[in-house]
Ligand binder design. Structure first.
Ligand code: HEM
Length: 562
């Protein structure tokens, strides 16, 4: 090795400016030349060793890919591969890795980081962590500390007793007839007096609208009515900016930012009140001010026993009437946390699902036609209405919405392919082993990849990437799937509390729009998911609406009567 190296160095040395500092005199040639050679030998050997080590590291890191699914680099772990994923579509990237690894892989973060975790899409593991071993898999300290300012001790952020207490009370409330009445009535008003006029205005002016923004406004107003008993008025002509809604959005965005920032860095930024932490601080103040003023007013109302307060069924009023385990009223801070958490849960999940649904409909015109046929069939069975009344003023009845199985299936199919919560997480509190054999040490974070689950041939068959509502139907009736296979609403004891309401809300809004308009996405409008806790469309959904042809509706109504 040394010989071959020596024979190639002289010319290199003479031209290499790096070595120009070595003295070179013709009359003293032998000595400095030897000296020169020694240095060069050392240099080249170091270089060779360096290159050999580098080649070894590259080969070794890349060979790890076979075993771990991704290259594992010294110090950086799998982060270089993650960066590639982040530059494309992260959810698709995770799906591909999971496919290669039979549904589960261990992500190795950089040394001394908190990014190590297990990622899984295996339904057996999902059932294990969400149901069978539920107490072993809480949300955990990392999540709680990261979202503490926004969510406090609310249901989303709580484990154990704090969670159980809220879950029990809210669950009774969500399943009560009166509460269902509140939700259906508030939605009815929002759709007919606010959503449809805004859509109609865009049709009259022939202007494109951002349907995702409009749907987000609809569900924000709706969930505030349910949680606080207050209508913020985001959805109205002119689409105004509402300070509370803006503060809530900023606070959520700044909180999400913490998940992609090293903990020590965001803590330092918080201490110095800089950047996103400054934004978080300011927006949390906006959220708190709004909550405090609603709580203050409601307390006054309740103490005066006025008629209005007796009729109230919103969550805030329900929790205000209750006492804690010591017989004390809940603190204002706890009441604020409860409401903020429900707003977060119900604010954008249904609206982003509807946005993906309308986008999928445009690519699947037969599904749109089938939905329209179903809507017309259901309403044509009304006995107490004249045929002429099937115009734009038609209002669906709750029992009609329930009969729309094909629409239910199409929405489920949209959620399977584009789940509003694309990934979720837990933290294991004891050493454990997953049903697929993966060993977990206490404290390991577990990510369950809901988006990837919808695209696994092993779960949904060869046609898993196709939008096929029919896969949810047996003899025309909707058949639900196991929550550990279709995890869009989570599963086990922490199954989404708002699931039934969300379906009702989505079906009501979708049917009201599809019956009246054909939604056409603006040409070349880019559609891709945004990287956030909820799967928003990154650029919104720019669409034009076209009034339905009366003859088309008439034909479907007649077919429905056959
Ligand atoms: C398409 C619509 C919706 C989807 C896909 C959805 C999905 C989910 C998911 C995945 C979770 C688990 C989150 C976690 O624990 O990390 C969850 C929890 C929850 N959801 Fe929904 N949700 C939707 C609509 C709603 C609505 C409209 C409400 C209320 C008005 C609601 C209320 C809740 C609550 C309170 C929880 C917390 C349950 C608990 O931790 O015990 N959701 N939802």
């Amino acid at each position: 090795m040394t010989n071959t190296t020596t024979s190639t160095i002289l010319p290199f040395n003479q031209t290499n400016p790096m070595h120009s500092h070595i003295p070179f005199h013709s009359n003293t040639m032998t000595k400095p030349r030897n000296l020169n050679l020694t240095f060069l030998l050392q240099d080249i050997q170091i270089l060779e060793i360096f290159l050999a080590v580098l080649v070894f590291i590259i080969i070794h890191s890349l060979r790890q890919k076979k075993h771990h699914g991704l290259a594992v680099w010294p110090v950086l772990g799998m982060v270089p591969s993650l960066v590639t994923g982040l530059r494309t579509n992260l959810y698709e990237w995770i799906t591909e890795v999971l496919k290669r690894q039979n549904g589960t892989f261990r992500f190795k973060g950089p040394w001394f980081s908190n990014l190590n975790c297990i990622v899984t899409s295996d339904p057996r593991n999902l059932e294990h962590l969400l149901k069978t071993k539920f107490p072993l898999y809480p949300k955990g300290g990392y999540f709680r500390n990261t979202v503490r300012e926004l969510l406090g001790d609310g249901i989303f952020n709580a484990d154990d007793d704090t969670w159980q207490k809220q879950r029990k009370t809210a669950s009774i409330e969500f399943h009560s007839t009166k509460f269902r009445q509140l939700t259906t009535e508030s939605l009815f008003e929002l759709v007919h007096y606010r959503l449809l006029p805004v859509l109609e205005a865009s049709v009259k002016k022939s202007v494109a609208i951002d349907l995702q923004d409009i749907l987000l406004r609809l569900t924000f107003d709706n969930v505030c009515m349910i949680a606080f008993g207050v209508d913020p008025g985001c959805l109205q002509l002119g689409l105004p900016e509402i300070p509370f809604a803006k503060a809530f959005e900023d606070a959520t965005e700044a909180t999400v930012f913490r998940f992609v920032t090293p903990t020590c860095l965001w803590k330092a930024m918080k201490f110095l009140n800089l950047g996103m932490e400054r934004k978080l601080n300011k927006s949390i103040k906006g959220v708190d001010e709004f909550a405090e003023s609603v709580i203050r007013t409601r307390k006054k109302e309740l103490s005066l026993q006025c008629e209005d307060s007796k009729q109230r069924l919103d969550l805030l009023t329900v929790f205000m009437r209750l006492k804690d385990e010591n017989g004390q009223a809940y603190s204002d801070k706890f009441l604020r946390d409860i409401c903020v958490n429900f707003i977060l849960a119900g604010r954008d999940t249904s609206s982003v699902a509807l946005s993906w649904f309308f986008w999928l409909l445009e690519q699947n015109p037969q599904v749109e036609e089938n939905i329209l046929a179903e809507i017309c069939k259901v309403v044509s069975q009304r006995k107490d209405i004249e045929r002429e009344e099937f115009d734009n003023s038609l209002r669906f009845r709750p029992e009609e919405i329930k009969k729309m199985d094909y629409l239910h299936a199409a929405l489920s199919e949209a959620l399977r392919l584009y789940p509003s919560v694309p990934v979720d997480h837990k933290e294991v509190v004891e050493d454990d082993t997953f049903p697929d054999g993966t060993v977990l040490k206490k404290g390991t974070k577990v990510i369950y990849a809901i988006y990837a689950m919808g695209r696994m041939e092993g779960i949904w068959g060869k046609d898993c990437k196709e939008f096929k509502p029919e896969r949810w139907l047996r003899d025309g009736r909707f058949m639900s799937e196991s929550a550990y296979k279709f995890t869009a609403f989570n599963g086990g004891p922490r199954l989404c509390l708002g699931k039934d309401f969300a379906y009702y809300q989505m079906k009501y809004a979708a049917a009201s729009i599809v019956y009246r308009y054909h939604v056409k996405v603006v040409e070349n409008h880019p559609v891709e998911p945004k990287l956030a806790l909820t799967m928003y469309m990154k650029h919104g959904l720019k669409v034009n609406l076209y009034q339905r042809d009366a003859a088309q509706i008439q034909k479907h109504l007649e077919d429905g009567l056959k």
